[in-house]
Design a binder for this molecule. Structure first.
Ligand code: NVA
Length: 226
């Protein structure tokens, strides 16, 4: 009944089964492992801000094993960008994925740095990127993640640590940047980013969100159009 399906669900195996059996284009709109369409909007936002993508450095700060971190690493490597994953050691990316990403980066001039050091990870970054600390389906891990990731909250001070005045802030949304939601009221330390950064002059989160529209349309034209 459908000419194409964008699947936003949970298990990566499900989207792969759908792609195998549906007989129509299937787009991965987010799984527990990957979030590829998000990255297209992210890099478009960086291109709009800085021009050519090659050589730009994006530092993702937070849960380095989640879907967004995984896809950012791959996307940056393919585009010749520098990607930093800044996370406590227990949330560093899978070593096999990091190795595969480094192989891609070697061919494009990109790079990958995985580090627990905030100073090292954000130095010189054109963009600092945050995501929620507990992804969909990980609600039971919230307290543990807050403990692990509290030092990695993106603050105005961390933005200054890049050493660049033009660093932008990106976020895939939704975000805990204030205490307006029930969950945030229950866990006041759940904020992965200071409201002053999220709402501040260096934030590009709403341009980034708008770019989801344009990039998704481009993906559909490129893969299903004639
Ligand atoms: N890592 C987040 C991304 C939300 C767009 C999640 O999976 O919930």
């Amino acid at each position: 009944m459908f000419d194409g399906i964008e699947y936003r669900g949970f298990s990566q195996a499900t989207v792969e089964a759908l792609a195998t059996h549906s007989g129509v284009p299937v787009w991965n709109g987010l799984t527990d492992q990957w979030h590829p369409t998000q990255v297209l909007a992210d890099v478009l936002t960086m291109e709009e801000e800085f021009g050519a993508l090659e050589g730009l450095v994006l530092a993702y700060v937070g849960d380095g094993r989640n879907n967004v971190a995984n896809s950012l690493m791959v996307g940056c490597a393919k585009l010749g960008m520098g990607c930093r994953i800044v996370a406590p050691e227990s949330l560093h990316p899978e070593p096999e994925l990091a190795a595969a990403v480094r192989e891609i980066a070697a061919a494009t001039g990109g790079s990958l740095l995985v580090t627990s050091s905030i100073e090292e990870g954000v130095a010189g970054a054109h963009a600092l990127y945050a995501d929620v600390w507990a992804s969909m389906g990980e609600e039971s891990l919230i307290a543990e993640r807050i403990k692990l990731l509290k030092p990695y909250k993106i603050t105005r001070r961390m933005m200054e640590l890049t050493g660049r005045r033009d660093t932008i802030f990106l976020h895939c949304l939704p975000s805990f940047h204030n205490l307006d939601t029930e969950v945030a009221k229950q866990y006041p330390d759940i904020q992965e980013v200071e409201d002053a950064v999220f709402e501040g002059p260096q934030s590009r989160v709403f341009d980034q969100a708008e770019n989801r529209l344009h990039t998704i349309k481009a993906v559909m034209v490129a893969t299903a159009g004639r």
